[in-house]
Design a protein around this ligand. Structure first.
Ligand SMILES: C[S@@+](CC[C@H](N)C(=O)[O-])C[C@H]1O[C@@H](n2cnc3c(N)ncnc32)[C@H](O)[C@@H]1O
Length: 481
């Protein structure tokens, strides 16, 4: 029996952010319940988990287009063609509580060693490599002086964002993410007049092995973290309803909502960034969902004033005109994995609470009485999660918390003055011990097991791992009376 292996340093934060978060995770209410030492341990462990990828890759299957088993078979066929580097068929698991999810194990950490000249990539690019991607040329910051196509290279992630583009070597803090083969030369990457695109390094020996999902069955599977898929089900959209997704790009949850409605009804997707709205439209098209209407609009201003003239059926909208509203809020994103370094200041990290509250006000106004509002974030702070729930219940007497289905994550975290009954109605995904159903130290970690033994493992056990070793995420569901 093995413990989760941590091979990367834990998530690096600015000292003031680290201190802020430590205080959040050792708050008085929590310490009174679990003790100072346990609270400190959990916080430390959280920072370790955050710098490593989750043990499963989650895909949402387009069950509005084909049965799950058919999609699973098609995916299996595609993966078999890539499986030479896996040393066996990659098992694909379904999820007993989420009917449109397929899970693939991430294999690692593997004993790869940096034996070749170094290529340095940006943090985002390094994170993508750890989730199965190849290195796309724009992500390359530094390459060996005479690098040419076909050269073997060792890829490192610039975790503190200090490497300058075009550097010939780099002495700053870097983390090895795997070995690969260059598909472009140094000059193609750094001396081109045109914007560069395409694969710069093809990964052949990544530290964490996961298939590259680039263009893999684009209408049948959508790469989406498990908690994000859970959000769509918790919202519970019904065919024929009118639903608002206030912060929608790139449209992962929008398209899920439309799929659950079987294309019947109306899903309005708003995002304030035009280029991102185009991505919502592209995703809707790829997934063959035509009940989605996407608009570039600031959601804070998306309620009509009484006499406002409306040119079409787009925003702003009359009050109480939606059956359900999803507020998947812009947030500090500290639950994202893997994440080895975050250079944000404390001011940036704490800037989201007021913005989320403004969006929340609009969400409540636009929701019909009897309608459902789901609030979610991909971060781990109290300020953006449980504190927002406490504030919302105080500010809007018409709102009550409702149970969530499915309930896969742990309950809400202590520290915002919510009662135990209220905390039980929340869903906090957090890969730390002490969360309900979280991994015990004695459980084998699927990521370190060979594929053959994984296929033979108890499915319930694997499911438990998949449910707990996720990104950090938070969901609250309200009913408006
Ligand atoms: C967490 S992401 C949404 C992810 C999306 N729900 C999905 O599942 O694919 C938050 C989004 O909110 C958008 N956003 C931030 N402030 C906004 C505002 N005032 N109005 C509309 N969109 C906003 C951002 O551009 C960003 O795309």
């Amino acid at each position: 029996m093995r413990k989760k292996m941590f091979v990367f340093p834990k998530l690096t934060l600015r000292p003031e952010v680290q201190e802020y978060l430590r205080n959040v995770f050792t708050n008085e209410e929590l310490v009174a319940a679990v003790g100072q030492e346990e609270a400190e341990l959990r916080f430390d462990e959280l920072l370790c988990y955050l710098s490593h990828p989750p043990s499963f890759t989650c895909m949402r299957a387009s069950t509005h287009l084909a049965p799950l088993d058919t999609i699973r078979e098609r995916l299996g066929d595609e993966l078999r063609q890539m499986s030479c580097c896996y040393g066996g068929d990659i098992p694909i698991f379904s999820h007993t509580h989420v009917p449109d999810v397929l899970l693939l194990p991430v294999i690692g950490p593997r004993p790869a060693l940096p034996e070749h000249p170094e290529v340095i990539v940006g943090t985002q690019c390094g994170n993508a490599v750890l989730r199965g991607a190849n290195v796309f040329a724009p992500g390359i910051l530094s390459a060996p002086k005479y690098m040419k196509p076909g050269d073997k290279v060792s890829v490192f992630s610039d975790v503190e964002g200090k490497c300058t583009r075009g550097a010939k070597d780099f002495q700053g803090k870097k983390v090895f993410v795997g070995n690969g083969v260059a598909e472009m030369g140094r000059a193609d990457i750094f001396c081109s007049d045109k914007p560069i695109k395409g694969i710069g390094i093809r990964m052949v020996e990544p530290v964490y092995l996961s298939p590259s999902f680039d263009n893999l069955l684009p209408s049948l599977v959508f790469l989406q973290n498990l908690p994000s898929v859970v959000v769509g089900h918790v919202l519970g959209p019904q065919p024929g309803e009118r639903i608002l997704d206030m912060c929608a790009a790139p449209g992962g949850k929008t398209s899920h909502i439309a799929a659950l409605m079987k294309g019947q009804g109306e899903v309005i997707a708003l995002d304030k960034i035009r280029g991102k709205v185009e991505r919502i439209c592209r995703n809707a098209q790829a997934l063959q969902l035509d009940c989605i209407k996407a608009y570039c609009f600031n959601s804070i201003q998306s309620v009509c004033t009484e006499h406002a003239q409306k040119p079409d059926d787009g925003p702003p909208f009359p009050a109480e005109s939606f059956d359900r509203v999803l507020l998947d809020a812009p947030c500090s994103g500290l639950g994202q994995r893997p994440n080895m370094g975050c250079s944000w200041s404390l001011r940036e990290i704490t800037s989201y609470q007021p913005l989320q509250r403004k969006l929340f006000h609009t969400a409540v106004r636009l929701l019909k009485r009897g309608g459902v509002l789901v609030y979610s974030t991909c971060t781990v702070t109290l300020a953006e999660n449980e504190e927002q729930v406490a504030w919302a219940l105080d500010t809007f007497p018409c709102l009550t918390l409702r149970p969530q289905e499915p309930q896969i994550g742990g309950q809400g975290m202590l520290g915002a003055g919510l009662s135990h009954d209220q905390l039980r109605l929340l869903q906090r995904f957090s890969p730390i011990r002490g969360q309900r159903g979280a991994m015990s130290d004695l459980d084998p970690d699927p990521a370190t097991l060979p594929l053959t033994s994984m296929a033979e493992m108890d499915p319930a056990h694997l499911l438990q791992q998949a449910n707990t070793d996720t990104i950090g995420f938070f969901i609250a569901k309200f009913l408006k009376s």
